[in-house]
Design a protein around this ligand. Sequence first.
Ligand code: AMP
Length: 316
Amino acid sequence: MKKILLSGVKPTGRPHIGNYFGAMKQFVDLQASEKYDCHLFIADYHALNLIQDAAEMRRLTLDLALDYLAIGLDPAQSVIFKQSDVPAHTELAWIFDTIVTMPYLMRAHAYKDAEAKDKELNVGTFNYPVLMAADILLYGTDIVPVGADQKQHVEYARDIALKFNHTFKSEAFKLPEDMIMKDVATVPGTDGRKMSKSYGNTIPLFAEREEIAKAVMGIVTDSSGDVPTNVYAIHKLFRTEADLKPLYEANKGKYKALKEALIEDVDAFVKPLRERRAILAKDEGKVIEILRQGAKKANEAASAKLVEAKKAVGVL
Ligand code: AMP
């Protein structure tokens, strides 16, 4: 029996190398394995908390589908779909809403961070972990490859599964596990904090060379040591530490030379992805068809679990 793998990315803008190494690379690496049945989705309803312009939402959704395909996700191996195409996600989220308490959701780190920034937070942002629990639990998911920032959300999904099963004396939901790769759990940005669109410290995954150069030249370096920590932390994603050792030894204190070497390495890595993406972008009809086929498969996979949950609560 294959294990069920599920993960998603929000279409909120261009993915960065933190998204790639922290999560998306695992999607590609694992889809080829005999062990996993992969479900990878575009979390457009999650993104709706932020993107509130129809044309932008459509554009960003198609862009993320192109990104998925360009990094090597294969519709023959993975179910690739858009969250909003599978109504069972929001339907199950409502059922969960009725058993999840507000104080419990108020303990979420993401909620606390968002609330600290914006007191007029929308209910969707508050409720985010409940919809994410529905995303995960609908497919009988075993593992969820994500970055460290999502660890608590997978724990929420486990708690919600337990509470549902207990409340309704059901065995509907399996407890999922996160899969967080140790070395890339939190990829740092150009300022050393977690790489994140909201901090403006990213290196976009499909950036052109000039944009890569600008981002890398902007990496914050301190003058205290021989090795510029923030440059090295990003460089390590692209080359082994054994490989980097002679380079950093030969260029002690020469931050500009090291940044130039990093630009070369990032660009060499990104170039084939960029080129593949440009080819795929010429046929958006094909991308839309891939999402349509993915939605069909995802709806089939999700419907049995939703029926089970509806029977357990007595609406069926
Ligand atoms: P999102 O854009 O929030 O949908 O993120 C997509 C995936 O990228 C999630 O699994 C995140 O945990 C992961 N991710 C985002 N930023 C980073 C980072 N700086 N390091 C590692 N993983 C990340």
